[in-house]
Design a protein around this ligand. Structure first.
Ligand code: PMP
Length: 389
């Protein structure tokens, strides 16, 4: 049997060997990090080493890192009414970009009535003018904008967003899950207040993530209450093996980031050129704006994403659809809908995302499979969709 090709790295990644070693070693360190005795101190050292490695990879101080069960929990913890920076009034409202992950779109701990959506343009980039209109002459808001989008890979102008939010006395939360390990992130330099990350997208284990909380931020209420762990910001005995694996993965990701960028950039050029060669009317979403180097979201006239994903899978290639499937019904991608690509295209997005183990041969195998599938799945001689887009 030929080997399968995994091209869904934005969904999750394989465990890095260094992360596995760190997890395995930490499983034998049984002390409770909160205990004062030697066993506890040994566990605490692992916890603090991982905290320092993660902080260093993000230009942050170790004390800003709060470990959580993943980025979903980090997002819910971040979205807290009443947050404020020293000297500014507490936020009463939440403004989220239209392309956020479901855990942000759901509003965290804000009531639905207090949540407003900031639109993106047709390339999937946040509209700064519209964002400002939602902030100016209104009560202060917590603003949540992701650093890069998980479906399109589009990198948002976070420095501009941060400046605007500060000027309006707001607080900024950034979901950095897809960007972490792929582009440089400077938590302090960018003046971000809250930032969410997840281990399993960078070669760490699943079920562990973190929220970075700026030192001057006030009013963060724990979402999980109980013991005083994580400086009263997240109760519960820490997931030491998960945290150790996260720390190891963060170190490797930081060391290899630039190489990974170059590697995936070259492979993606090969992929996108191949896709266009196979189907002339291929649409690569957000092709002309800055994107993560590993992400391609594409479609072609008449394409149904779910059918194509199954087709790829039968050919041994793991890719994903931009759309989500809930209760058996295929939903169009909310990201493509926000980009106003039209209903047909919003149902046809296929995401191919590359990782550090992806090879040229993997790209060629995916293109070979697409050549076979496109013959039946793509509507021929139909340029109307392309023109409309
Ligand atoms: N935000 C984004 C942008 C994501 O892609 C994901 C994972 N799909 C999450 C948040 C949630 O992360 P986790 O799986 O760690 O809960």
């Amino acid at each position: 049997m030929t080997q399968r090709v995994y091209l869904d790295w934005n969904a999750t990644t394989p465990l890095r060997p260094e992360a596995r070693d760190a997890v395995m070693a930490a499983l034998d360190v049984y002390g409770n990090p909160s205990s004062v005795h030697g066993e506890g101190r040994r566990a605490r050292r692992i916890l603090q080493d991982a905290r320092a490695a993660i902080a260093a990879s993000l230009g942050a101080e170790p004390e800003t890192v709060v470990f959580t069960s993943g980025a979903t929990e980090a997002n819910v913890l971040a979205l807290t009414p009443g947050l404020h920076r020293t000297g500014t009034p507490p936020v009463e409202r939440l403004v989220v970009s239209a392309i956020e992950h479901a855990s942000v779109l759901s509003g965290g701990r804000f009531t639905k009535a207090c949540v407003e959506t900031a639109p993106v343009d047709r390339s999937g980039v946040i509209d700064l003018g519209q964002l400002d209109r939602l902030l100016v002459d209104r009560p202060p808001a917590l603003v949540s904008v992701m650093l890069a989008n998980n479906e399109t890979g589009v990198i948002q102008p976070i420095a501009d967003v941060a400046e605007l939010v500060r000027a309006r006395n707001g607080v900024l939360h950034v979901d950095a899950v897809p960007a972490f390990g792929k582009i440089d992130i400077d938590f302090k330099g960018l003046q971000i207040d809250l930032l969410s990350i997840s281990a399993h997208k960078i070669g760490g284990p699943k079920g562990i993530g973190a929220l970075l909380v700026a030192e001057e931020l006030r009013g963060l209420e724990p979402a999980v209450t109980g013991g005083g762990q994580e400086k009263n910001r997240r109760a519960g005995t820490e997931n030491l093996p998960g945290i150790a694996g996260f720390g190891a993965a963060a170190k490797i990701a930081a060391t290899n980031r630039e190489r990974f960028f170059g590697h995936s950039d070259v492979l993606r050029r090969r992929l996108e050129a191949g896709l266009k060669q196979i189907v002339r009317s291929t649409i690569i979403f957000a092709e002309d704006v800055p994107r993560l180097p590993n992400t391609t979201l594409f479609t072609a006239p008449g394409l149904h994403a779910e059918t194509a994903v199954i087709g790829f899978d039968l050919e041994g290639i793991a890719v994903s659809s931009g759309s989500a499937c809930s209760s058996g019904k295929v939903q169009p991608s909310h990201v493509l809908e926000a980009m106003q690509v039209g209903a047909a295209l919003a149902r046809g997005g296929i995401r191919i995302s590359l990782g550090w183990e992806t090879t040229e041969n993997d790209i060629d195998r995916a293109l070979e499979a697409w050549r076979k599938l496109a013959g039946t799945l793509v509507r021929k001689n139909d340029e109307t969709v392309l023109e409309r887009f």
